[in-house]
Design a protein around this ligand. Sequence first.
Ligand SMILES: Nc1ncnc2c1ncn2[C@@H]1O[C@H](COP(=O)(O)OP(=O)(O)OP(=O)(O)O)[C@@H](O)[C@H]1O
Ligand SMILES: [Mg+2]
Length: 482
Amino acid sequence: MGDENLWTAFEAAAATGGALCSRGGEGDDWPAEEWSAAGISIDTRSLKPGDIFVALRDARDGHEFLKSAFDAGAAAALVAKAPDTAPDGAPLLVVGDTLQGLRDLALAARLRNFGKRIGVTGSAGKTSTKEILRAVLSAGGSVHAADKSFNNHWGVPLTLARLPMHADYGVFEIGMNHAGEITPLTNLVRPHAAIITTVGAAHLEFFDSVENIAEAKAEIFLGLAPGGVAVLPFDNDYFELLKERAEASGAASFVTFGENAGADFRLLEYKAAGAGARLRTSIKGEERGFDVGIPGKHQALNMLAALAAADAVGADLDRSIAALASLEPAEGRGQRTIIQAEGGDAVLIDESYNANPSSMAASIGLLGAAVPGAGGRRIAVLGEMLELGPDAPALHASLAATLIEAKVDRVYAAGELMRHLWDVLPKDMCGLYAGSAVGLVGAVEDAIKSGDVVMIKGSNASKVSAVAKALQSRAANRKRAS
Ligand SMILES: Nc1ncnc2c1ncn2[C@@H]1O[C@H](COP(=O)(O)OP(=O)(O)OP(=O)(O)O)[C@@H](O)[C@H]1O
Ligand SMILES: [Mg+2]
């Protein structure tokens, strides 16, 4: 990105086998064969001038937006037919199927790049680990990674098609809802190192068991480049299964991260420090202590996974470790903000970006590790965890034990499924239950007092981020808490 010549017309045509053309007259101002593009976009709302617009047929048909794309400054459009909707003179690259066209661009982008690629999958922590890798690898070269959580059948090819020819590293988040979805994505990326952050109960709606989820995650190893390295979660219940799959896939080797003795990249001790943490680790047998910029033991484990992958693709370990100190949490993933409350300041921990049982437990743990100010309390504001299938009620009810263990004082909960927690929660912990998250905003705002620590968590669709937004607007100088 920011690469003036990401794709020329002829490169894109050669990669996709498509035809260069334009509608109407000769198009003197915009010759169909003489464009070059600095980026690629599939959404006219975020398209930047100079991007190729790819007209995908997804929730809506991208061909309906060709005019907006060119109004926004598109250099060309990748389309599936010579469409009536194309403005006169607009340069087009016509292929049989635009998603396949995007994949073809992605493949060509990979083939012409001399850098190293890392793939990241797992039930939680993919985006976090991708951002950690961006920071770590940037210490030793140029890094390409998506700005967003682009991890699906179009997100992965889009990210790869944007890979600059001279990038030293590419980092790719690879997600799935169903068995078989990771295989074509990892085959496209062909990572030199592939991380599985963790395997847990996410997307149970589409799987009979967590073991089947582990099998589906292990598909990532099928695409490893020759000599590739599998990075495995040592403490996970499915470690042996993942290891076997890594070995069977032809991974040249594997490396492990975790807390248990025997992990190659091992967390020995986690201590909250300032807005981040201080870690004591053992890395390839050598004990090392260092500061990191973002809090949470789960994030510390993501960091060890990232270090293992960076090391596997040849990045310098000392520089990688040093880069961890300047990390900052991404939106909704643990940012801390000092907010104004009755009687003084309180701390908001915004974990509102999505939830499943693993990440919910991690976030509640983070709240438990936070130390409230004088007279302050630990307050959890929880939205539902969705896509959990028939176990959903039990998984919600089981949060009661986690909340008690974390010494949470008050719980605010929203959504149908949270009723199952509400019904078993000790009465003195009950703040308020509401049918939807917006129903909690006023009550939470009224409840917060000086010294409180408030943590917000729930699936994206639970809209619990609305509570986070309302509280963010009370940020004292919008500065990060320490
Ligand atoms: N290793 C981990 N184990 C458990 N929870 C984690 C882990 N890493 C991050 N989390 C928590 O999970 C939530 C989602 O994190 P993140 O966005 O990194 O995951 P993701 O796998 O990219 O999610 P998605 O599938 O929605 O793209 C955050 O609240 C984060 O704090
Ligand atoms: Mg993500």
